[in-house]
Design a protein around this ligand. Structure first.
Ligand code: TTP
Length: 225
């Protein structure tokens, strides 16, 4: 059988993310990766400002592209010896939307309470955009889930905020944590809601030439973080 030129054994997946959830999710499906988290001198927050009137789907995909550009610069700066053909960069961004309004990470306790009151008793969307790049080739996907929240009491909201869980999460809740108790129904992708839709991510990695079964047995050893 002829070797498939797209299936290169020397490819390393670089997860360009500071999100512990994305790392856990990628581990869950057994994809070895190296971490390429933002450096302390990078202003990651500045990437995430929405433009006036920007639709949520446009926003989340644009921010993911910006994260990818920053990651390409970071790889060139931190690992100049790595050929772009030997690296698959992986980035994602997650946002919550209701009636076209974007709900990002809460900035304060009051902001978290405001977001949770807004989501209470309604169905919102969770959008996660994923982007991979290897050399000049880029592959992208957008995964959207629908999540229906139960009606939350002021006590529910106050107790949840005290737990600290809303902070650092788009929409001020975590499906993987106590926030699951608010979810009456969901359709879509649980991993997408938590930050990395695994089905779509694996498809993108494969499109970029990554394989779980490389010809060389060394990939597993060389790409562990
Ligand atoms: C809705 C939801 C979001 N989240 C998290 C996933 C993301 O970490 C976060 C959305 O913020 P993002 O800006 O997508 O990601 P991040 O800043 O945490 O990490 P990165 O370095 O990759 O940019 O919300 C959950 O963990 N659970 C949930 O149920």
């Amino acid at each position: 059988m002829q070797p498939n030129p797209n299936r290169t054994s020397a490819i390393t997946v670089y997860l360009a993310s500071a999100s512990p959830r994305r790392q856990e999710l990628l581990r869950q499906i057994g994809v070895p990766f190296a971490l390429l988290a933002p450096l302390p001198d990078e202003n990651s927050e500045a990437l995430e400002a929405a433009l006036p009137g920007e639709p949520p789907a446009d926003y989340v995909q644009r921010v993911t592209r910006l994260k990818l550009e920053a990651a390409r610069e970071r790889l060139a700066r931190c690992r100049p010896e790595v050929s772009p053909e030997a690296a698959v960069l992986l980035c994602a961004d997650t946002t919550v939307a209701l009636d076209g309004v974007i709900y990002g990470k809460p900035e304060s306790t009051d902001d978290a309470a405001r977001i949770l009151r807004t989501l209470s008793g309604k169905t919102h969307q969770v959008l996660t955009a994923v982007c991979v790049q290897r050399g000049a080739a880029r592959h992208a996907a957008l995964q959207t889930s629908q999540v229906r929240f139960a009606a939350l009491s002021e006590q529910d909201i106050a107790d949840y905020i005290v737990s600290g869980e809303p902070f650092g999460k788009a929409g001020a809740y975590a499906l993987q944590g106590r926030g699951a108790a608010f979810v009456e129904h969901l359709s879509g992708s649980a991993s997408g809601i938590i930050g990395l839709p695994l089905f779509e991510t694996l498809q993108l990695l494969r499109a970029a030439g990554w394989s779980a079964h490389p010809h060389s047995p060394t990939q597993q050893e060389t790409t562990r973080p």
